[in-house]
Design a protein around this ligand. Structure first.
Ligand code: IVH
Length: 696
């Protein structure tokens, strides 16, 4: 990370000098953030941690708050979303946004190819095969290198101006890289692409919605479409939309090929799909179709087919368009896959907020790449609408939906005497708490404070990767430790070390795995305050909200004291969240847990990694350790380095900044010497540690 602002003595500087220095640093930060957005969203290869990225962003925000006249619309901070809109203005598409003819059969693909061949009258041609992302299409306008307008497809001729929503999408360049193409600088053009959501994000958000008692989205496509239609861009900014672009329309430069289009977009810094392929024969086309039909379950996003396009843009023009669909392209759609199986049972799952969700237990059945033995049934109404009965043969589908779904019952195979399903009156927890359904809600809830199901979920959430990231503390381990009474709440995690001997003797455990877990728990104490806040599992406090709260209330005491009014005064915090936060801190059981977490050493205030470590020798650097240190274990050394903003990696590479060499070093030393990487002996390491104290 570059140089930090407070290096000079500010008292000797004039206002103008300070402002000029801020302006330079602001530009530098914007460039850095744009670059890291590019690594993350376009190359899908982040080069810095989330925390480092957040620190850059926070520094930029701070400087822009101090010098508001330096804020420009293309600053990365301007993605957070502006004030809510009354409605969307209309935008006429200069070039209509066409749809594609869909096919589901090979015959139709052969037929399509025959027509292309005929119409081209013997000219040679080839195709580009691309994945068909299941999202919503958008049109993006750039003028003088800056993003100026985003529009939805609408009816293909007139769409909505959704600029404010689109600009919140992180992968979208707000400013394009200067690229000269065929001698012409490309500055003003239109890009067409698809807005979508990663399956992982979709599932996570749907889980959160379900936990909050809100209706989950039916599929990733609905999620993307629903989000772009929101009138509050701040809400859009909180949803992790993605963008993939598939072509560029330019008056400035003449392009010849669709494949060239894809390469150029990438060069300009737009996210494009990397799975496209040139096909010279129909065999190659079918091989592509088959390959992605087999492998589509492994993609992190949903596709509903592939798109086949004639590669030459001149030939595309020749072929033209009929009835709003081009004759030069076709979509081959994958069928939703169906199977039938037997509904063995319906069990209730209790979420961490007490929400009760019925889940179907199925006779395992293989469908589209995976074995399915469970499927969510959402709520009592869903079961009633399908009239599902235990023992029924049901139809399971996987296709438009990522999650397998029960779509019907084969009535002819209903076993005689099967009874309509009655939703249980009590929670499956040992407390047998009566379930209640708040008026107007579709879900039932269990509100017993010691319901072990809720406890499991809360602990799982706390330990999960995006929260405290305690490696090795997944569903199975939590389940075991809760049932054996080692864990009754999240604070118990930090007392586990007291039970090391008992844990070692448990089934499936041993010295090594217990020590690994205990070390992972120890490491989790370094997670920054916003992640701790998220991990606590306060209702409605997701990752983004946790960051907002942490910025506004930089310590947990301040947050615990905040009133609903003070909370709602924070940009992005609504009444519902504020209310939930206040209720959380008012509860004496939560206060006791927080006190124990504090004593365990969790981060309960916003550290200032940039200011704190700016002068340190560790900030933002990657270290590798070799040999034995006399003064501490490897684990302690790692913690010391991480506490100062450094990273420890296990092997030497070009990205290593320093190798720390203890007694009897291994082959890492030679590797480092070969690559010219600096080394520190123990004495030097200790000196740097002393010189970069960790301020709390
Ligand atoms: S080309 C006329 N390429 O599919 C050209 N579209 O069913 C149409 N889509 O509206 C766009 N991935 O929303 C194209 N690689 C891709 C695509 C793609 C998804 C969507 C797009 C389009 C719809 C047509």
């Amino acid at each position: 990370m570059g140089e930090q602002l407070p290096l000079l003595d500010p008292s000797k500087e004039s206002d103008a000098e300070r402002r000029a220095r801020a302006a330079r640093r602001i530009e530098e930060l914007r460039e850095l953030i744009r670059l890291h957005d590019y690594y993350y969203y376009v190359e899908a290869q982040p080069r810095i941690s989330d925390e480092e990225y957040d620190a850059l962003f926070a520094e930029l925000k701070r400087l822009e708050a101090e010098f508001p006249e330096l804020v420009t619309p293309d600053s990365p901070t301007q993605r957070v979303g502006g004030a809510p809109l009354e409605g969307f203005a209309h935008v006429e598409h200069r070039v209509p946004m066409l749809s594609l003819d869909n096919t589901y059969s090979r015959e139709e693909v052969i037929e399509f190819d025959r027509r292309v061949r005929e119409l081209l009258g013997g000219q040679p041609y080839r195709y580009v095969a691309e994945l068909k992302y299941d999202g919503v299409s958008v049109s993006l306008h750039y003028r003088d290198g800056a993003f100026v307008l985003g529009a939805s497809r609408g009816d293909g001729f007139v769409g909505d101006d959704i600029t404010q929503n689109v600009r919140t999408i992180r992968g979208l360049p707000l400013r394009v890289r200067p690229v000269e193409y065929k001698g012409v600088p490309l500055r003003s053009f239109e890009v067409r692409g698809e807005v979508y959501v990663l399956i992982e994000d979709f599932l996570r958000l749907n889980r959160e919605r379900e936990e909050a008692g809100e209706r989950p989205f039916a599929n990733p496509r609905n999620f993307a479409a629903g989000t772009l239609k929101l009138l509050d861009p701040r809400e859009v900014a909180r949803r992790p939309l993605r963008l993939v672009c598939y072509y560029l329309l330019s008056d400035e430069v003449e392009l010849e090929w669709q494949s060239e289009n894809l390469r150029l977009l990438r060069q300009l810094g737009f996210p494009t799909d990397q799975h496209w392929q040139l096909c010279h024969t129909l065999e190659e086309v079918f091989a592509y179709i088959d390959r992605w039909e087999r492998e589509r379950d492994r993609l992190p996003f949903q596709i509903d087919g592939i798109v086949l396009k004639v590669d030459s843009l001149r030939q595309q023009q020749l072929l033209g368009t009929v009835a709003r669909a081009p004759r030069w392209a076709i979509a081959y759609k994958y069928q939703a896959k169906r199977a039938t199986t037997v509904l063995r049972d319906i069990v209730l799952q209790v979420g961490r907020t007490g929400i009760v969700v019925p889940v179907a237990e199925l006779e395992p059945v293989f469908l589209a790449g995976s074995t399915i033995s469970r499927a969510t049934l959402h709520n009592a109404d869903y079961i009633a609408a399908l009239d599902l009965r235990i023992g029924d043969t049901v139809i399971v589908e996987k296709g438009g939906e990522v999650i397998p779904k029960i779509t019907g019952v084969v009535l002819e195979r209903r076993p005689p005497g099967a009874q309509p399903y009655e939703f249980p009156a009590v929670c499956p927890c040992p407390n047998q708490q009566p379930l209640y359904r708040p008026p107007g809600e579709v879900h039932y809830y269990c509100d017993h404070p010691e319901c072990p199901w809720q406890i499991r979920r809360r602990i799982e959430h706390f330990a999960s990767r995006r929260a405290m990231d305690i490696e090795g503390m997944g569903e199975r381990v939590v389940d075991q430790l809760v049932s054996l009474g080692f864990l009754r709440n999240i604070a118990d995690i930090y007392d586990l070390f007291r039970y090391r001997e008992q844990l070692v003797r448990l089934e499936r455990w041993g010295e090594r795995s217990v020590d690994n877990l205990l070390q992972a728990i120890e490491r989790s104490k370094q997670r920054p305050y916003p992640r701790v806040l998220f991990a606590l599992g306060i209702r409605y406090v997701g990752e983004e909200t946790a960051k907002l709260l942490a910025q506004a209330f930089p310590s947990i005491e301040q947050l615990a004291r905040a009133s609903v009014e003070e909370l709602t005064a924070v940009y992005g915090i609504g009444e519902r969240t504020a209310d939930s936060v206040v209720r959380y801190f008012r509860d004496p059981r939560n206060r006791e847990i927080l006190e124990r977490l504090r004593r365990a050493g969790l981060q309960f205030e916003l550290s200032k990694p940039t200011a704190r470590t700016a002068r340190g020798a560790f900030a933002g650097k990657t270290f590798v350790l070799t040999g034995e240190l006399a003064s501490m274990t490897r684990e302690q050394a790692r913690q010391e380095i991480e506490a100062r903003g450094g990273r420890v990696s296990s092997s030497v590479s070009r990205r290593t900044d320093v190798l720390i060499v203890g007694a009897r070093p291994g082959s890492k030393l030679q590797e480092a010497q070969k690559l010219g990487i600096p080394t520190w002996d123990e004495e030097e390491f200790l000196r740097h540690l002393r010189e970069s104290p960790v301020e709390q």
